[in-house]
Design a protein around this ligand. Structure first.
Ligand SMILES: Cc1ncc(COP(=O)(O)O)c(C=O)c1O
Length: 417
């Protein structure tokens, strides 16, 4: 736009609604070595299967696109919900019917619906201390206080959860919900064992708190074994469960799902005001998944495991003992601890200039000082070669900025004075 045109441009600023979040920056393209976001492996998208599924379902039922929700009701395309009934029973031990499932536009819409139906400005919620950034930004925007509970290798620590609930009660604060990612947690990749799930539910019941179980990574476990979901284990039906096809098939499809008792489902549905999520995606997924989901997922996870091994090898080679991490049992992320001297927000800024994008820990945590020297790396979307080159470039920037690692690729470096 020229200067003259700029001066003529309408000024929206005085008309903007109150309390908007800050404006978005324009997208300037992805980094050459992109370890950010929850992107998946492009080579693992079952393109041929999706083409066949799209052709078959469109030929058979394409004319139903003329009707909102494909004429199968406001909860979404029924054959996809029927597929989920079987899948959730097999994998997560959930006994539900298609009427307990609402198809949504990615699990992000599930987060919005659950937040909207349960939370009011000033409310208190509990979540894992290190958790999904999209959840933390939503809580902040809603003006909700999020109490972060530290994790160990088995997820949310029950001693800390019990103490936080007791403390809130003593202060007269009713905790509204516990938001948790118990199965391949983001970013720590921990899987909460069954006994601990039982303890979490016992505490939630004791304090009259709802549980929101975000299970979007649950399909991506190397050995395919997982504990029953919190939803399945709850005796009092105080759990809302959400999942997604973003991680098992492709995030750009934007198809997720909520499972909830009708008492709360009926309160969420009026808040889903988009007249249904994308119907074509739902048709294609139903067609593809009923035939191929069970064989597609192990193929996907085998590839992800190999990429994780490349990442762990590259970190060991480039950072040596300076990079600490556990070996995840699934997922697409590695949560890495660097020495205390490293500020990963500064590192992320500096490394971007060298074409390496990382997620700095503080954006993924309620405890900014604990997470200051931690970072989250997504290993699903870069190629093996990009993982190796990207980690080498990151180590170079980190050494230049923070003197860490002192040795790179087993060659001693002179730390910055
Ligand atoms: C824990 C968690 N929940 C929800 C989402 C949103 O996923 P989607 O809306 O693509 O299903 C993500 C995305 O990375 C996530 O990590």
């Amino acid at each position: 736009m020229t200067e003259a045109l700029k001066n003529l441009a309408f000024d929206f600023a005085p008309l903007l609604a109150a309390n908007l979040p800050p404006g978005a920056a324009r997208w300037t393209g992805a980094a050459k070595y992109n370890f950010t976001g929850g992107n998946n492996d492009g080579d693992a998208v079952p393109v041929d299967g999706l083409i066949a599924a799209a052709t078959a379902s469109l030929k058979r039922e394409g004319r139903n696109l003329a009707t909102y929700n494909l004429a199968t009701g406001p909860q979404g395309y029924r054959p996809l919900r029927e597929f989920l009934v079987g899948k959730l029973k097999r994998d997560a031990a959930i006994d539900c019917t298609a009427d307990d499932i609402l198809l949504v536009s990615g699990s992000l819409q599930a987060l919005d619906l659950v937040n909207q139906v349960l939370l009011t400005r000033g409310d208190t919620v509990i979540c894992e201390q290190d958790t999904y950034q999209g959840t933390l930004t939503r809580f902040a925007r809603l003006g909700v206080k999020a109490i972060g509970i530290p994790l160990d290798r088995e997820g949310l620590r029950m001693d800390a959860l019990a103490a936080a609930l007791a403390d809130c009660k003593a202060r007269g604060v009713q905790v509204k919900m516990i938001y948790t990612i118990p199965t391949v947690q983001n970013p720590t990749a921990t899987i909460m064992p069954e006994a601990r799930r039982g303890e979490l539910l016992r505490l939630a019941e004791q304090y009259g708190v709802a549980v929101f179980e975000d299970d979007c990574y649950a399909d991506l476990i190397w050995d395919g074994k997982r504990p029953p979901s919190l939803y399945a284990m709850s005796r009092t039906h105080n759990v809302i469960h959400c999942g997604s096809f973003s991680k098992s098939i492709a995030p750009a499809l934007r198809v997720g799902f909520l499972v909830a008792p009708w008492t709360i489902m009926s309160r969420m549905m009026p808040l889903k005001t988009d007249a249904g999520s994308g119907a074509l995606e739902q048709m294609v997924l139903a067609e593809f998944c009923t035939q191929h989901f069970a064989t597609h997922v192990p193929k996907l996870t085998r590839g992800l495991r190999l990429k994780l091994e490349t990442l762990m090898d590259a970190l060991a080679e480039q950072f040596g003992t300076a990079a600490e991490f556990a070996d995840p049992k699934g997922g697409i992320f590695l949560w890495v601890k660097l020495p205390d001297a490293v500020d990963t927000q500064k590192l992320a800024h500096a490394s971007l200039a060298s074409g390496v994008a990382i997620n700095p820990g503080p954006e993924w945590s309620t405890d900014k000082s604990y997470s200051k020297s931690r970072m989250r790396l997504c290993f699903a979307s870069p190629s093996h070669e990009e993982i190796r080159q990207g980690v080498a470039a990151l180590a170079e920037v980190c050494r230049r900025e923070f003197g860490v690692p002192a040795r790179i690729a087993n060659v001693e470096q002179r730390a910055r004075a």
